[in-house]
Design a protein around this ligand. Structure first.
Ligand code: NAG
Ligand code: NAG
Ligand code: NAG
Ligand code: NAG
Ligand code: NAG
Ligand code: NAG
Ligand code: NAG
Length: 393
């Protein structure tokens, strides 16, 4: 308690000479429906019914993302970044991936920021994938493929998921599923996991790790969407087994998007886009609406230090935002960078809590391996720019 009070005093007095100059937000869309086509084959039990099509932002997701928009507007307006009148594209620029869930998340956010304004959501042609947001592999050489395989294999060999798989088998009643009865794959821990690296595609994982991750994703979305507990993993989850199965999700994401070479390769277009903003753009607020994969590869490629988010099940929550803040220290006449993960807690998501200064979203300081932070969590803007300049793209 004393520590908290102390750091607050230091922080607020130090803040007086600081002025927020620019904010760049990389966001994951909010709550969507499950995307997996395998759900019916992995359990004899019925899954809850969703009103929206597979992979679409839900009505609840739209509401939750609006709460984020409102909170960010209040914050950034108070800091002098967003105007009270309708913003120009110099004030506020929005760029979303072309999928329904990202476009609608952006709309939900913006509508609560500026309810009476006609604001453009910028996006690529809707008939083809946007390379900035598509988490695909670019490098088609054999040497890259070999290296990528090695990286994935290494992480895979360090996963200890047998206990988690046993819990999943119980929850799914996997021994009565089509996977078991028809395909004769009855034991998740013993079934084979395969990888595939193909240029133009995402890193692919096949087998129990993928199947289980898809099921857990469906549990998480049902939980966040506010379904009754009997419709979230058929009421079989408690604190202990939630945490056990979430290791599967973490392992899946670590293998697909958190390996060094793969992440660097996939993140390249997004990093180029962001670097251009940090070097050249005077736009005050920029919102990019994408996916967890975009966040995962960016964090790995830019060598962020490991972090843990409190009060959320996963490391890339729905509606969660990496917020790059450029501050001017007027006394020292120096620009500073602070990076925070801003996200809704499990409870704020499930309960659809209205966000405000009294009930803010969660803030978690993120740190770069190559840009040392001071006691307030700032690194020097020049160090950051240097890091981006020498960074091997
Ligand atoms: C909003 O802007 C778009 C594009 O600039 C325009 O086509 C549309 O008519 C505008 N709508 C309103 C209600 O002003
Ligand atoms: C592909 O990956 C290999 C191995 O990492 C690397 O040497 C090569 O420069 C990469 N090629 C491109 C076009 O990025
Ligand atoms: C599946 O497992 C449950 C619980 O262990 C058991 O009661 C049931 O008989 C099993 N079903 C089959 C088809 O083996
Ligand atoms: C996990 O289960 C598999 C299959 O049953 C077994 O081969 C492997 O040794 C187990 N791993 C550990 C660490 O117990
Ligand atoms: C890997 O991808 C290639 C090309 O798409 C495909 O032919 C092959 O069957 C895939 N292998 C696995 C194990 O998914
Ligand atoms: C959680 O549920 C499992 C059954 O899936 C049970 O074995 C375990 O004792 C429960 N733990 C708690 C803390 O209730
Ligand atoms: C995933 O990677 C993170 C960061 O390196 C690590 O802390 C975590 O233990 C890993 N989780 C699993 C299940 O491998």
């Amino acid at each position: 308690m004393q520590v908290v009070v102390f750091s607050f005093i230091v922080y607020s007095s130090a803040m007086s000479s600081l002025k927020l100059e620019q904010v760049v937000i990389l966001s994951r869309h909010n709550v969507r429906t499950p995307t997996s086509k395998n759900l019916g084959r992995m359990t004899p039990q019925f899954w809850p019914h969703w009103k929206e099509k597979p992979g679409f932002l839900t009505k609840k997701g739209f509401l939750l993302e609006g709460y984020m928009g409102k909170y960010f507007y209040t914050w950034l307006n108070k800091e002098g970044l967003l105007p009270a009148k309708c913003p120009s594209e110099e004030d506020f620029y929005i760029y979303a991936n072309t999928m329904q869930r990202t476009m609608y998340s952006a709309q939900a956010f913006v509508r609560e920021c500026f309810p009476h304004c006609n604001i453009t959501i910028n996006h690529a042609d809707t008939d083809k994938p946007d390379p900035i947001f598509t988490p695909m592999i670019h490098n088609s050489t054999d040497i890259f493929k070999e290296m990528a395989f090695k990286e994935m294999k290494y992480i895979f060999n360090h996963l200890y998921l047998n206990n988690s798989y046993n819990v999943m088998e119980d929850i799914l009643e996997f021994n009565e599923s089509d996977f078991c009865k028809i395909d004769k794959n009855c034991y998740l821990a013993a079934d084979i996991t395969e990888f595939n690296i193909t240029a133009g595609k995402k890193p692919e994982v096949a087998g129990p790790l993928k199947i289980s991750n898809e099921a857990i994703d469906a549990f998480l979305m049902a939980y966040y969407n506010g379904f009754p507990f009997k419709d979230v993993a058929w009421g079989k989850l408690n604190d202990t087994n939630w945490h056990s199965i979430l290791d599967i999700t973490a392992g899946y994401h670590n293998i697909t998007f958190c390996t060094k070479h793969i992440a660097r390769d996939i993140a390249q277009p997004m990093i180029k886009y962001l670097t251009n903003i940090f070097f050249n753009s005077n736009t005050r607020v920029i919102l990019l609406m994408g996916h967890d994969a975009n966040i995962n590869v960016l964090l790995s490629a830019m060598s962020f230090k490991p972090y843990e988010l409190d009060y959320n099940f996963i490391s890339t929550p729905v509606g969660g935002k990496i917020v790059f803040q450029k501050w001017l220290d007027e006394k020292a006449n120096e620009y500073l960078l602070k990076i925070e993960y801003v996200y809704q807690s499990n409870e704020q998501l499930r309960e659809a809590a209205v966000l405000s200064y009294d009930n803010p979203p969660q803030f978690k300081l993120l740190e770069l391996e190559h840009c040392g932070t001071d006691y307030r969590g700032f690194c020097r803007w020049n160090d950051f720019i240097n890091f981006l300049s020498i960074y091997d793209l």
